[in-house]
Design a binder for this molecule. Structure first.
Ligand code: ATP
Ligand code: MG
Length: 279
């Protein structure tokens, strides 16, 4: 199934596309909308509409689980929100950048600077150290090359990366090669890399899908907790309904190209879930 990972690999998405919050933006503003769509439509070919009018509004700091059957359009929606795929109709507003078909180049840059991505497969540079992989998360920051002197920047980045690694409990693995870690540990490195510059929005497409149940749960718990702690808005997809309910504030379900369910996670019933996946 096509996913965001492929776009990263194909160069459509730079590996590191996140920036820190500006000063004073660290705290969650529950009232502010960070992401909204209005009648969003998407088809890859005209005969088969994928998204058929999505109206979604996510407030800053919310953690939203996006669920639905295989092929229901979850990954497509994530791509449309950040302008990877052109929308076929409707409007998207992300962090004050509003666009219809695609964001313009400036909007695209700004959106990606403030957005972190975590994928089912972590996309680490295997032969590099863990620390080096997390430091990569700093690249692409506004002024990252010009804003710091060459002498100071690497040290500041290293410190930020070590702090991010300690948040995912992997500080002691900093100098190991990335491919010497287990899958669950590598996914935690990917989380550190995504969070190192404090993105405003974190998008995760099936972040725990390749992990065993225990590691998957650990990763989701960590992920969700760090987003809450730092006031980062989280939008993740999952096929694990326990994860979807437990690690989000709100569950949004897609069915037949539309939002079928949108309610606080605590209120989602087994019946809701069953109906979401009924053919
Ligand atoms: N790049 C593409 N070109 C053509 N069709 C696509 C493309 N990407 C997705 N599709 C189609 O759009 C539909 C939705 O796919 P999408 O990957 O968004 O679903 P999903 O909900 O993420 O599924 P899964 O749970 O399996 O990841 C599917 O029918 C898929 O075949
Ligand atoms: Mg998908």
């Amino acid at each position: 199934m096509p996913d965001l990972l492929e776009d990263t690999r194909s160069g459509l998405l730079p590996e590191n596309v996140i920036t820190p919050l500006r000063q004073g933006e660290e705290t969650t503003n529950g009232a502010a909308t960070i992401l909204a769509t209005s009648d969003l439509r998407k088809y890859y070919d005209r005969a088969t509409p994928v998204l058929q009018g999505i109206d979604l509004s996510i407030r800053a700091g919310e953690r939203v689980a996006l669920i639905g059957s295989n092929g229901s359009g979850k990954s497509t929606l994530l791509k449309c929100l950040i302008g990877i795929h052109p929308n076929s109709g409707g409007r998207v507003t992300v962090m004050d950048h509003s666009f219809s078909r695609l964001p313009d180049a400036g909007q695209r840059r700004n959106i990606r600077r403030s957005t972190g991505f975590v994928f089912q497969k972590h996309c680490l540079v295997r032969r590099r150290t863990v620390l080096s992989n997390v430091v990569h998360g700093m690249l692409g920051t506004e002024g990252s090359w010009r804003g710091f002197s060459q002498a100071i920047a690497p040290e500041a980045w290293r410190l930020a990366a070590l702090e991010a690694l300690s948040e995912v409990n992997l500080e002691s693995f900093a100098l190991r090669r990335a491919d010497a870690l287990s899958g669950g540990q590598q996914q935690r490195v990917a989380i550190a890399r995504a969070l190192v510059r404090r993105p405003r929005l974190l998008i995760a497409d099936e972040p725990a899908a390749s992990l065993d149940p225990v590691s998957g749960r650990d990763v989701m718990e960590l992920f969700s907790r760090l987003c809450k702690q730092h006031g980062i808005t989280l939008l993740f997809t999952s096929h694990d309904m326990a994860h979807a309910r437990e690690f989000s504030d709100r569950v949004v379900a897609l069915r037949q190209g539309r939002i079928f369910l949108d309610r606080p996670s605590a209120d989602v019933t087994d019946r809701d879930l069953q109906e979401t996946f009924d053919a």
